[in-house]
Design a protein around this ligand. Sequence first.
Ligand code: SAM
Length: 275
Amino acid sequence: MRFEILTIFPEFFQGFFEHGVVSRARKTGLVRVDVVDLRGFAHDRHRTVDDRPFGGGEGMVLKPEPLAEALESLGIGLVGAPGREGVSVVLLSAQGRPFTQAVARELAGLERVVLICGRYEGVDERVNTLFCDRELSIGDYVLSGGELGAAVIVDATMRLVPGVLGNEASSEFESFGAADGTIAADVEGVPRSQHGSGGLLDYPHYTRPKEFLGARVPEVLVGGDHAAVRKWRREEQLRKTLKNRPDLLERAQRDAGLSKDDLQMLDRLRAEASS
Ligand code: SAM
């Protein structure tokens, strides 16, 4: 899979993709990330890429021509033009639809994702309407530029590309992962002690030492009973989601991601929380 990032600050990405999973994915060739300097497509002495907004008001706006030329140099045409199959051109924007794990999954199924990073007051809207098939926001706050958003999207998406994570199933067992029933009963021959999150949050994780500053690891995790671990982990997933993201529980329930046992556990957790 290939990512192309269009930015006026290419240096921003230096070192960004040179750690951990992203770096490994690039080295194995499963993922390629290219950064394109928009100023390379400006034609005046000052390499101008921005201009004042029509209608007046604060700040500057990124001009459409350098972006259109940069896209052309990548062989990317207008929305709907031939050659756009398997390609998504994304405008990073605080006004965009939320970038979620579900969107990351969709993008991971494509061959190419082109990410346009805005700056100043944003990008001339015609770039959005003519070239972009998605406008994505990484959260309800305003950043100074789209670069952080692009890095977030590359990271979250490429770890879902088949083969990038060592254990194929590991992204299923994370927060926002697959429903349990869709995951093979036995993952790589290890008795299953994990639950697919079914769109909920992950359960808490512990490692050695067993006791730290007087706080002990839950006994069930050191007893070797995989079924008991599984039950405990599911309960903790539900507990954490109920506490931090009750909206996800509603969605999981709507999408039939909660079993009868889950609903019983939830009733108990709700009663516990209100007592
Ligand atoms: N005038 C814009 C508004 O109020 O929505 C804010 C522009 S912002 C200062 C500059 C650039 O940062 C945007 O064009 C966009 O590319 C990026 N940006 C800001 N917030 C973002 C967010 N929450 N998600 C993704 N990109 C964001």
